[in-house]
Design a protein around this ligand. Structure first.
Ligand code: ZN
Length: 468
């Protein structure tokens, strides 16, 4: 593998050209921080999922040039996964993993972008383009923080390794990236802790103090479970004389029961922690309620039902995402109907128990239920030493900010590592405005250079806590 990496570095150094896109001020390079220039270059490799290799090779080369040890795990156009570490992985040191993904979502409606989505334009104090936030900006912060420790690692025998782990395919479920790495290469990485994407710094989290910066670190997530429900019924085929029972009608009846199903509210250990910490920051009567959910449950639940996001964090949700019958003219009664459900389960919920609850609600034994796909079960990560170090690092760089552990409503690559029992925390250590957050997967994705610099500082501070 290492020879492969050396070959890559050779090819890339030979063919590497500076790509920096800087409008109107091309000769002011010196005043632009290295982080912005690096991100600008990285964005210019349009690594839409399935096409990660070139961008990955670029980042691996940059890591190598900064003195890191690169190991490429898989080396194909659509699955390029590599580790860049302070020490060779063969030393098996307990490893602090900085996880990020190389792939980006496509840039549709590119004509609506202020700057072309893969131009990596640096303008107005920001780096613009697809991946600026999700997730190339984070990789740049991680890499530049690690760079600060390369010499120290050479001079001393540090107790831990640090690895930048860059993977493919996150945006389509991680099968070409994190899943492969976790299943086939985790033993090589000797992971002690993983810091990946997930939460971030948000405004207006606290009702009583909307200006306070609050960072959210995800410690667990809701698992997706995709189900296909099929109902077949042999009935007469003509729509002019409807039979008492036919597949589509029966299906609609049982779906209506699913829609009206008032699902149980569950406060898991993670959500309790989340609301307790939020309550501590919030203060006032709201804070008292959040800190004592056992006592104020009816009041809290009534309020939480009103907010879609909060409600999704305390219930298993079911979304009907597809209804299909075989093609036919409007006057022919289909003999079969298929429905797709996107279910999101709270941590600790068992798939088969959940499916049997659905069966009960459907109240139709003829409906066949098939699992299309589900996330692996993974234990929530503890609010332990590694969590606290990240929380401290955030509060050193952003004084007076708050930090809370959260349950993510959706899963990401972190899940594959949590499933192995490795403590895994999801946090992009920058404070973002709502406008910037909305630019993710959208037009005009961009990140302020200041955020890039501060995020890098957070990772440096984090590593200091391990090494000093
Ligand atoms: Zn992402």
């Amino acid at each position: 593998m290492r020879q492969l990496a050396s070959a890559i570095i050779f090819i890339l150094i030979v063919s590497f050209q500076s790509l920096h896109a800087v409008p109107n001020n091309g000769n002011q390079h010196d005043s632009i921080p290295h982080s912005a220039l690096l991100l600008s270059d990285y964005i210019q490799y349009p690594s839409v999922t399935g096409n990660e290799k070139q961008a990955g090779q670029y980042l691996a080369t940059m890591a190598m040039l900064k003195g890191m040890h690169v190991e490429v795990f898989t080396n194909h156009t659509d699955t390029f996964n590599f580790a860049a570490s302070l020490y060779p992985l063969s030393l098996n040191k307990p490893n602090i993993i900085f996880l990020n993904h190389i792939d980006v979502v496509p840039a549709e409606n590119s004509e609506q972008f202020t700057y072309p989505p893969f131009s990596g334009t640096i303008a107005n104090g920001q780096v613009w383009g697809r991946g600026a936030i999700d997730n190339k900006g984070m990789a740049v912060m991680q890499l530049l923080a690690m760079e600060q420790f390369v010499d120290l690692a050479r001079e001393q025998d540090l107790p831990y390794n640090v690895t930048l782990l860059s993977v493919s395919g996150e945006e389509t479920g991680g099968h070409a990236g994190a899943k492969i790495v976790a299943e086939r290469f985790a033993h090589k990485l000797s992971p002690m802790v993983v810091f990946g994407e997930g939460g971030t710094g948000l405004p207006k989290v606290l009702v009583n103090d909307p200006d306070k910066k609050v960072f959210t670190i995800s410690t667990t997530f809701k698992r997706s479970l995709w189900l296909k429900l099929t109902l077949s019924m042999n009935t007469s085929g003509h729509g002019s004389v409807p039979p008492k029972k036919y597949a589509v009608q029966e299906k609609v009846r049982s779906l209506y029961k699913i829609v009206r199903w008032n699902r149980k509210v569950v406060f898991s250990k993670t959500t309790r922690n989340m609301f307790r910490e939020l309550g501590r920051l919030e203060g006032g009567m709201r804070g008292v309620v959040l800190r004592n959910l056992g006592l104020f449950r009816p009041l809290a639940v009534r309020a939480m039902r009103q907010d879609e996001v909060i409600y999704s964090l305390i219930t298993n949700t079911i979304t009907i995402t597809g209804i299909q019958t075989p093609p036919g003219p409007p006057n022919v009664i289909p003999q079969e109907i298929e429905v797709i459900l996107d279910c999101r389960l709270l941590p600790d919920v068992d798939t088969h128990e959940f499916i049997s609850e659905i069966r009960k609600v459907l109240d139709n034994s003829d409906v066949k239920i098939e699992i299309l796909e589900e996330n692996a079960v993974a234990p929530p990560s503890e609010i332990g030493e590694c969590y606290k170090r990240m929380a401290n690092a955030l509060q050193v760089i952003y004084p007076k900010s708050g930090v809370i552990p959260i349950l993510m409503p959706a899963s990401n690559d972190n899940n594959y590592f949590r499933a192995l029992g490795i403590p895994t925390y999801g946090i992009m250590p920058v404070f973002m405005s709502m406008e910037q957050i909305e630019s993710i997967h959208n037009v005009d994705e961009r990140i302020p250079i200041e955020a890039l610099e501060l995020g890098t500082q957070v990772y440096i501070e984090l590593l200091k806590q391990y090494f000093e």
